[in-house]
Ligand binder design. Structure first.
Ligand SMILES: N[C@@H](CCC(=O)N[C@@H](CS)C(=O)NCC(=O)O)C(=O)O
Length: 203
């Protein structure tokens, strides 16, 4: 097995899905977190000048989605079937777009109360509920999003919604099936432990 080093900031952001994949598959890796004050200097020697970067032995891999998909393939978490695999890709991209929109609201100017209102009155009813409705249709006779075993698509959903589930967001009262599904993902071997022990960061 190659030696893996995942380099990112001290945040979940665009690296956390890859961390989940490593954890579920029990693949050892180095989780390097660059302190914000060191970034301007490190940026100069970082290929492309952005993070995350995955080192696979000496090979540098960029772009968070390419990194996550590569590790997921290595871990057997991508369906063999081409179409099923594309369905997973589409789901992961949708979930990542939701995540970026959520982060954008949280980082926008204004106090916490304003941001919370924006999330609860605009983002959740419009974006998240629409997503949950589609997800519910997809999952109605399935245990996992694709095929009959967990894939990186399930992990992408767990990664984005596990915090909302654990804070008992009332949104889930309307979607108890989605709550159970997210809880099942967060309780997977390796994942539950990671959620409990990972460094505490906001995003
Ligand atoms: N499309 C790239 C975007 C990478 C990106 O924008 N990373 C941000 C952190 S999430 C970054 O490195 N920002 C610091 C900088 O641009 O100097 C990916 O998904 O990996």
């Amino acid at each position: 097995m190659p030696e893996y080093k995942l380099i990112y900031f001290d945040a979940m952001g665009r690296a956390e899905l890859t961390r989940w994949i490593f954890k579920l598959a029990d693949i050892p890796y180095t989780d390097e977190r660059i302190p914000a004050e060191e970034w301007p200097e490190r940026k100069k020697s970082t290929p492309g000048g952005t993070l995350p970067v995955l080192l696979v032995d000496e090979q540098v891999l960029r772009q968070s989605m390419a990194i996550a998909r590569y590790v997921a393939r290595e871990a057997g978490l991508v369906p063999q079937d081409n179409l099923e695999s594309a369905l997973c890709d589409a789901l992961v991209e949708t979930v990542m777009e939701l995540q970026q929109q959520m982060i954008k609201i949280m980082r926008s100017p204004g106090d916490d109360e304003e941001k919370k209102t924006k999330l609860q009155q605009e983002f959740i009813p419009n974006q998240v509920e629409q997503f949950f409705t589609c997800l519910r249709e997809r999952l109605h006779d399935r245990e996992w999003y694709c095929g009959d075993q967990v894939t990186w698509a399930d992990l992408a959903i767990g990664r984005v919604f596990c915090t909302l589930v654990s804070t008992q967001e009332p949104l889930f009262d309307k979607y108890p099936d989605i709550r159970s599904y997210v809880e099942k993902i967060c309780a997977l071997p390796g994942i539950q432990d990671w959620i409990q022990t990972r460094p505490e960061t906001s995003f």
